[in-house]
Ligand binder design. Structure first.
Ligand code: NAD
Ligand code: WQD
Length: 339
């Protein structure tokens, strides 16, 4: 049984991925400093899978500690590196916080494992900015980043690509996620937003449960069918499964040691369509007003996911209704079982 190191494994996408790794028969060790997650997630994973992941509380920016960890865990077959800060707005206000955390953690892992490791890296569709052509393929231009956060993803990809080009023992798959939403079907794990959610779906669920006021739709004057902005929303459980597919591919000898895949559904949905889907599937009425465009937002994006479908053998299976329903069930679970 292969052992996989999941950094950031108590976080939103990491916790769902740990569940899918267990389901696929892997052994897991999580490293997380709990800077944006709760240790209780370990018990929640145990409730879902019957297995408690091994856990080491560690700040990956601490080089000596990461090196010591790697020495003690020489049986690790692969790493999924989620650990990073991800709040776009905060990164504009505190760029060094983001450059420090997102780069030091990656560089320390590569150093500690002597660039002799199979690694899946969490990147983002944010690297494409507003694509010139839709659906956007992996070969599309990377645009100037809109935020320090986005820049950390672009530069991290370059760090990995350049290191791979001189270290054949380093094998990397970069996954560029579109917009992850939803929660596990059991409603035992999901997203734990810090403060007022900046992202659409957690704001919708918190508004519906009465924790927030009305939703503001950021702009209805875009050049889209209903005027609101379009994104490729992907269910977090589907996204988690893409990581298992990537780990399996890394276990095969594929002849190239750096690959990039879009992970989305390939289908765009507008903000108003998401609001409508939420109301239809949950039966809850949402209060919303139309506001101005949000600074830094793009008009529309959705991914070409042919490469992930054909090469990784992975395909998104869950639709918008399942995304909304699971997000809503998780919000209700949190109300009844506060963390
Ligand atoms: P999250 O904040 O829920 O999870 C990240 C985890 O990493 C947290 O548990 C946090 O405590 C941990 N962490 C952060 N810095 C650390 C450090 N120095 N040492 C140890 N642990 C540390 O975020 P998420 O939504 O699960 O995102 C996971 C990854 O996916 C991130 O790299 C993020 O940038 C990327 N991503 C997220 C989205 C999204 O919309 N959620 C989209 C594209 C890419
Ligand atoms: C989606 C749509 C908003 C809130 C961000 C990051 C990106 C990636 C995913 C990490 C947009 C609109 C939102 C609200 C609204 N993360 N909206 N009212 O901006 O596409 O992407 O998360 O890599 O890097 O930038 O996601 O969920 O914030 O917004 O109208 O209260 O919903 O304008 O059109 P976004 P989001």
């Amino acid at each position: 049984m292969s052992k996989i190191l999941v950094t950031g494994g108590t976080g939103y996408i990491g916790s769902h991925t740990v569940v899918e790794l267990f389901n696929a028969g892997y052994e897991v060790v999580i490293v997380d400093d709990l800077s944006n997650s709760d240790v209780k997630i370990l018990s929640q994973i145990e409730k879902i899978t019957g297995k408690r992941p091994a856990f080491v509380k560690l700040d990956l920016c601490e080089e000596k500690e990461v090196i010591a960890f790697a020495k003690q865990h020489q049986d690790i077959a692969g790493i999924i590196h989620f650990a990073a800060f991800k709040a776009v707005g905060e990164s504009v206000k505190q760029p060094l916080k983001y450059y420090r955390n997102n780069f030091y953690s990656l560089i320390n892992i590569l150093t500690a494992f002597n660039s002799n490791i199979k690694l899946v890296f969490s990147s983002s569709c944010t690297v494409y900015g507003q694509p010139d052509k839709l659906p956007v393929t992996e070969t599309a231009d990377v645009k100037k980043a809109e935020s320090p956060y986005g820049n950390t993803k672009q530069i991290a990809e370059e760090i990995l690509q350049e290191t791979c080009s001189v270290c054949p023992s380093l094998e990397v798959i970069v996954l560029r996620y579109f917009n992850p939403v939803g929660a596990h079907g059991t409603a035992l794990i999901g997203e734990l937003p810090n403060g007022v959610p900046q992202n659409l779906v957690p704001f919708i669920t918190q508004s519906a449960i009465g924790k927030r006021a009305a939703i503001t739709v950021y702009g209805d004057d875009y050049n889209t069918p209903d005027g609101s902005a379009i994104r490729d929303y992907i269910h977090v459980v589907d996204l988690a499964k893409a990581h298992v597919s990537a780990i399996k591919r890394l276990a095969e000898k594929v002849g190239q040691n750096y690959e990039v895949f879009n992970i989305g559904t390939g289908k765009g949905s507008s903000v108003l369509e998401i609001i409508n889907a939420f109301e239809q599937t949950t039966g809850e009425k949402l209060d919303y007003t139309i506001g101005k465009r949000r600074e830094g937002d793009i008009e529309q994006t959705f991914g070409d996911v042919t490469m992930a479908n054909e090469i990784l053998g992975w395909k998104a299976e869950l639709d918008i209704n399942e995304m909304m329903n699971s997000a809503w069930n998780w919000e209700k679970y949190l109300r009844d079982n506060p963390f």
